[in-house]
Design a binder for this molecule. Structure first.
Ligand SMILES: CC(C)(COP(=O)(O)OP(=O)(O)OC[C@H]1O[C@@H](n2cnc3c(N)ncnc32)[C@H](O)[C@@H]1OP(=O)(O)O)[C@@H](O)C(=O)NCCC(=O)NCCS
Length: 196
């Protein structure tokens, strides 16, 4: 699958993307991506081999102008309810998004996420998309709001991704946002013609 926007291409990862991905994953910008840290270019190459088979839900964000991979976005189908059985409909998605720091603040994340949401709602059966972010991650929260997501709540000391220097878990306060397909359609549909 390949999704095109004005300035970007979203496409599956290639082995040749290793150096670009290593550039932003050698020091993950936020604690929730600490487990994705890549320690060497060789590790990045191995990671690209694993990602190469992902063609539906995991995309490199590529700058059209240069062909450089500037970040990534992914979300997989989930059952919406915590106690759903394994046959329940998987119509819920929770995206992860990340850009190389040099490319933040230019509207690229919004451009990529907007196209990705349209793809999930229109082609992958999404009914609800929710996003979780730490309460101090204001750029991610602004992105959720630009996408028209509702702030659903804050979960205090909800999850731990890293430890304090003394080895005890550092718990994060997590903010959750969401948007339903009907809300997405309302905000993206053209205004009805006025007048008689
Ligand atoms: C979260 C993240 C993807 C957001 O990226 P971003 O570039 O800030 O988001 P956007 O694409 O919406 O860009 C919006 C900013 O670009 C600015 N901008 C500049 N040129 C623009 C243009 N042509 N079009 C739109 N916006 C533009 C906007 O004014 C806005 O600035 P502001 O946030 O200071 O108000 C990015 O900060 C990131 O990768 N962070 C690290 C990983 C992370 O936190 N992931 C989420 C974990 S929960």
């Amino acid at each position: 699958m390949r999704i095109e926007t004005e300035r970007l291409i979203l496409r599956p990862f290639l082995e040749a993307d290793a150096a670009d991905v290593y550039a932003y994953l050698k020091e993950p910008a936020v604690n929730c991506f600490a487990c994705m840290k890549l320690c060497s270019l060789e590790e990045a190459r191995e990671e690209m081999k694993k990602r190469a088979g992902e063609t539906e839900y995991y995309f490199a964000i590529v700058l059209k102008e240069t062909g450089k991979v500037i970040g990534e976005i992914d979300a997989y189908p989930e059952t919406g309810e915590p106690h759903a059985d394994e046959n329940a409909v998987r119509d819920t998605f929770s995206p992860c998004w990340m850009l190389h720091a040099d490319y933040c603040g230019k509207g690229y994340a919004f451009e990529a996420a907007h196209a990705f949401f349209a793809y999930l709602f229109e082609h992958k059966g999404a009914r609800r998309i929710y996003a979780c972010t730490e309460d101090d991650n204001l750029s991610s929260q602004r992105l959720c709001e630009r996408l028209g997501m509702r702030r659903e709540g804050v979960f205090l000391e909800f999850v731990s991704f890293v430890n304090h220097p003394d080895g005890t878990p550092k718990y994060e306060n997590t903010v959750q946002y969401a948007i339903l397909k009907k809300e997405w359609e309302r905000q993206t549909s053209p205004c009805p013609a006025s007048g008689s």
